[in-house]
Design a binder for this molecule. Structure first.
Ligand code: GLC
Length: 476
């Protein structure tokens, strides 16, 4: 049996913004549980939950103060168990986020002054935080601690065996509860060479992933882990998913690609080659909770629809980010006073940050909060999202939601890709199951082959229109 994750489509849920059951304006676990039917109808295989652990929420929950408990804003451990049981009943797997690079500064270890578990020095080096400003903060007695992200996110010292033992135990805690795997935050960051110039991808980090793989393999049922390894070349990323390490890594090169056929083809080839070399499935992703939504990046819903059919036609596994199935754009005009992202705050407002892709989902109705919950929503939703609600799109055969559903229903697992000759600006390939053509030019093109496509991202009349992708079944 092929492991489920090799061809899986995994849907990212950002819990603060998915659905709110208790009416405080912030999404929660019971809200997600109540809406799991949406994901089952969509046809995804699994969901990945961004952090829902106890947290002061300086970085939307990526600052964890207790890795074994649910933050009250999201519910309780019993709510988590109920979510997991309902997901499994619907045939959906669940992977959870693990944040091992840093804790919250309100984690008991940091509060109790366990400096041996963090990175304290008498003198800082010159490193800068990814959120802007220095990566070091001084404490009362003059020492400095390292934080690659916000000062409220002190980096852990992975040379200390107590840190390793703690995370082994945290993994087991969630595996014992029944999760199907983990998304590993900043998986290339845990080991630092303070004398070096690069903050990430230290050789010794692989030993941690090998030890985690052993833990995952000691459980029944194909548990998996996907690594977040950004700003790293494909052959280096592949080392995180080589034999004995993790199962998947996100494909940030694909996510960052412009709507350009030559660039996309180069990235697809490089991604496939890197994955094949280590026997891992390639993965694909267009949006997540850290990046500008791809409707806005590519400049139109039409292109976003073509992009997702291109992505879902590729061999391997794909990640979707909540709301992309509705064609949601980035919200660029949030008022300054509602923004909470440390990227925005620490850059002094020179970087918009990530709040614009985290605006709560519109489910139904004609006015905010569009069925998000019985209260308001922690970030304001644009009034014109009335047209983009799940309710508004459900029965419209031309809607983006219906396109996603059809694509996931018709998508067939594949492992190989063969390019076919095509006019300039057109990506044309076949997998074992599907022929895919994406027209990235401004003019319609004629594609040789069977007349009627299985599915297309915009209406077709013989030719393949501009900014359109179509699928055909491959006959054997
Ligand atoms: C990862 C997360 C991001 C978070 C950062 C620090 O990149 O995806 O949201 O801010 O790690 O934990």
């Amino acid at each position: 049996m092929v492991e489920w994750w090799r061809h899986a489509v995994i849907y990212q849920v950002y819990p603060r913004s998915f659905a709110d059951a208790d009416g405080d304006g912030v999404g929660d676990l019971p809200g997600i549980t109540a809406r799991l039917g949406h994901l089952a109808d969509l046809g995804v295989d699994a969901l990945w939950l961004s952090p829902f652990y106890r947290s002061p929420m300086v970085d939307g929950g990526y600052d964890v103060s207790d890795y074994r408990d649910v933050d009250p804003v999201f519910g309780t451990l019993a709510d988590f168990d109920a979510l997991l049981a309902e997901a499994h009943r619907l045939g959906l797997r669940v992977i959870v986020d693990i944040v091992p690079n840093h804790t919250s500064s309100l984690h008991p270890w940091f509060v109790q002054g366990r400096r041996d578990r963090y990175i304290f020095r008498d003198e800082p080096n010159g490193w800068r935080s990814l959120f802007g400003g220095p990566a070091w903060t001084q404490v009362a007695d003059g020492q400095w601690y390292l934080h690659l992200f916000a000062p409220e996110q002190p980096d852990l010292n992975w040379h200390n065996p107590e840190v390793r033992a703690e995370f082994d135990d945290i993994l087991r805690f969630w595996l014992d509860r029944g999760v199907d795997g983990f998304r590993v935050d900043v998986a290339h960051g845990m080991i630092k060479d303070l004398a070096g110039v690069t903050l990430f991808d230290h050789e010794d980090v692989h030993e941690i992933h090998r030890s985690w793989r052993k833990i995952l393999d000691s459980y029944p049922g194909d548990r998996m882990a996907v690594a977040e390894v950004f700003d790293t070349a494909p052959d280096r990323v592949a080392r995180y998913v080589s034999v004995g390490e993790l199962h998947q890594a996100f494909n940030f090169d694909f996510l960052e690609a412009p709507w350009d056929p030559a660039v996309l083809r180069r990235i697809i080839d490089a991604s496939l080659a890197a994955a094949v070399a280590v026997g891992a499935p390639p993965t694909w992703v267009l949006s997540n909770h850290d990046r500008r939504r791809h409707v806005t990046r590519f400049g139109s819903v039409r292109r976003a629809r073509a992009a997702v059919l291109l992505m879902l036609g590729l061999p391997g596994s794909a990640y979707l980010y909540q709301g992309e199935e509705l064609g949601l754009p980035e919200v660029l005009d949030l008022p300054d006073e509602v923004r909470v992202d440390p990227q925005w705050i620490r850059s002094g407002g020179t970087e918009l940050g990530r709040d614009g892709c985290r605006v709560p989902l519109p489910w139904s109705g004609g006015a905010p909060p569009f069925g998000f919950g019985p209260g308001g929503s922690w970030l304001p939703q644009p009034a014109d999202w009335a047209e983009l609600t799940v309710e508004a799109q459900r029965d419209d055969p031309h809607s983006t939601l219906r396109l996603y559903r059809e694509a996931l229903r018709l998508r067939r697992p594949a492992s190989t890709l063969r390019w076919l000759d095509a006019p300039d600006g057109v990506l044309l390939f076949e997998t074992e199951t599907t022929r895919v053509a994406a027209n990235l030019t401004a003019a319609p093109v004629r594609i040789e082959g069977p007349a009627s496509p299985l599915l297309s991202s915009s209406e077709m009349a013989g030719e393949l229109p501009p900014d359109t992708t179509a699928w055909w079944t491959v006959q054997d």
